[in-house]
Design a protein around this ligand. Structure first.
Ligand code: C2E
Ligand code: CA
Ligand code: CA
Ligand code: CA
Length: 256
């Protein structure tokens, strides 16, 4: 596909040209109704094509191996934005999505740990189970290294890909995120509520907190609350927004 080839070429310089930027989306604690943490989501402002979303360029960056530089840039940008939140008196953990292939990239792991060691702002990494299953020995070892550096680990997209209870138990994760494919139809499907409820119970049995992503309606929130879901994330609370708008959101929700 010509399009992908052109994009791949453009992508290699996108970091240096300052074309990447981040949006932040809060995760809210269901019971306390407070912002618990946030997720950083990468965007690419292409000079001629306009806004490109990560599903259209992360796979290309993984193929060209630009993903390690892009992710290191993301970690540094999140830390810089965290200083702004801290100046506002809001010290929340910000989670960064980490591609599976980076979990077996020793150079990336070393560099990421160096960057994280030089700061004391709270950070988290979101990883999918599928990415652990690909190369479990080094993935689990490196996740433990990240956890030892104080990075919170969350399992992303739970239920959407390959899943293994054997690995789930071995991961140093304290949060499990239920994929939005189960949450979006929670109140209109017969099957999804059963899957969501059993996932919440499973996570709690493993002493993990549960986040539901893709919460768009008050009805979904109400059902998740009854099911004992700990945190929610979705358009009902806030769309992903750039740092200045996110700071404003945090000011407007000081105790909520
Ligand atoms: P994800 O980690 O599962 O992120 C959740 C996606 O759902 C985001 O899409 C978010 O904007 C969207 N979303 C949030 N709330 C709602 C909602 O209520 N309804 C619906 N329908 N969607 C909602 P986005 O930002 O397009 O990101 C897509 C994927 O790209 C992410 O899925 C993640 O896997 C990947 N990604 C994003 N940033 C990065 C990054 O810095 N590095 C890596 N490796 N992957 C990233
Ligand atoms: Ca994520
Ligand atoms: Ca997710
Ligand atoms: Ca996803």
């Amino acid at each position: 596909m010509v399009d992908a080839m052109v994009l791949k070429r453009d992508l290699s310089g996108a970091v240096d040209r300052g074309e990447l930027f981040l949006q932040y989306q809060p995760k809210v604690n269901v019971r306390r109704q407070q912002v618990a943490s946030a997720e950083a989501l990468l965007r690419w402002r292409h000079p001629t094509r306009g806004l490109i979303l990560p599903n259209d360029f992360i796979p290309l960056a993984e193929a060209t191996r630009d993903i390690d530089r892009m992710t290191l840039w993301t970690i540094e940008q999140v830390i810089a934005d965290q200083q702004l939140l801290r100046a506002d008196g809001r010290d929340i953990t910000v989670f960064i999505n980490i591609s599976g292939q980076l979990l077996s990239n020793a150079k990336f792991v070393k560099r990421a740990c160096e960057i994280v060691s030089a700061t004391d702002v709270p950070l988290g990494f979101e990883i999918t189970e599928t990415s652990v299953i690909r190369d479990p020995v080094s993935a689990i070892a490196n996740l433990n290294i990240f956890a030892d550096h104080g990075i919170a680990i969350a399992i992303d997209d739970y239920g959407a890909g390959l899943s293994s209870l054997a690995y789930l138990k071995q991961l140093p994760a304290r949060e499990l995120k239920i994929d939005k494919m189960f949450v979006l139809q929670l109140t209109s499907s017969n099957r999804d509520p059963l899957i969501v409820r059993s996932t919440i119970d499973l996570a709690h049995a493993l002493e993990m907190e549960v986040t539901a992503e893709g919460v768009e309606t008050p009805a979904a929130l109400a059902l998740l609350s009854v099911m004992g879901c700990d945190m929610i994330q979705g358009y009902l609370i806030s769309r992903p927004v750039e740092i200045e708008a996110f700071r404003q959101y945090m000011r407007d929700h000081k105790d909520a």
